[in-house]
Design a protein around this ligand. Structure first.
Ligand SMILES: Cc1cc2nc3c(=O)[nH]c(=O)nc-3n(C[C@H](O)[C@H](O)[C@H](O)COP(=O)(O)O)c2cc1C
Length: 189
């Protein structure tokens, strides 16, 4: 059992990071091995839609994403955490998500070689927005949830929270508990 945390904010130690750490603590308590990737520290280019991966399942771009592809394949569950930037996800998270393209064939079915590892994979999401209305993050939830459902993965749900300044979310006990519980859920069989 291993749970991979994908951190989509450039603000390390910020609100998305704090909640992701909570989720990974929950997963660890439930017995999982955990690992966190800070996307902003990785080199991840945008998908070029070159379609080479449709045949091979391998992305031709020479950056850090192929290493992350391997970690995705190996993880039992993945919890993503990202703030709202202009009513959507950060550029870092979008570049990462677009590069999932390499897992699919031309008909948007999993590549045969990856199917056993990706089918049913457990995917969770944490969002943080500055607006008091957490539904500012609805487009991000839609993007992840629809991708998961289209691909017959397992949707663990989304924790949606609101905070503005770096670290403010630490005072939100409910959001921290929800994130911890999401991590636990990600790790439980
Ligand atoms: C470039 C940028 C765009 C933002 N756009 C929005 C927005 O559209 N809606 C919103 O509610 N908050 C917006 N925010 C506020 C962040 O979502 C908020 O500060 C959040 O707590 C940042 O999370 P972090 O600490 O994980 O980086 C924006 C912040 C930045 C830097």
């Amino acid at each position: 059992m291993n749970v991979l945390g994908i951190m989509g904010s450039p603000r390390v130690g910020g609100n998305s990071d704090i909640l992701l750490n909570q989720a990974l603590a929950g997963a660890k308590e439930a017995g999982a091995e955990v690992e966190k990737i800070v996307l902003d520290r990785m080199k991840i280019s945008g998908c070029k839609d070159c379609k080479k991966c449709n045949e091979t399942g391998l992305c031709v771009l020479k950056d850090d994403m192929p290493e992350i592809h391997q970690k995705i394949l190996e993880a039992t569950a993945i919890v993503h955490s990202v703030p709202v930037y202009f009513f959507s996800m950060t550029a870092q998270m979008k570049a990462y998500l677009d590069r999932w393209c390499a897992f699919y064939d031309a008909e948007w079915r999993w590549q045969k070689a990856y199917y056993p590892k990706l089918r049913g994979k457990r995917i969770g999401l944490i969002t943080v927005c500055g607006d008091p209305n957490v539904h500012m993050a609805d487009p991000i939830v839609h993007s992840f949830k629809t991708t998961v459902e289209m691909s017959k993965m397992h949707w663990l749900g989304a924790i949606m929270a609101s905070a503005t300044d770096k670290g403010d979310i630490a005072a939100n006990k409910e959001a921290n508990q929800q994130a911890f519980d999401l991590g636990k859920k990600a790790a439980l069989p």
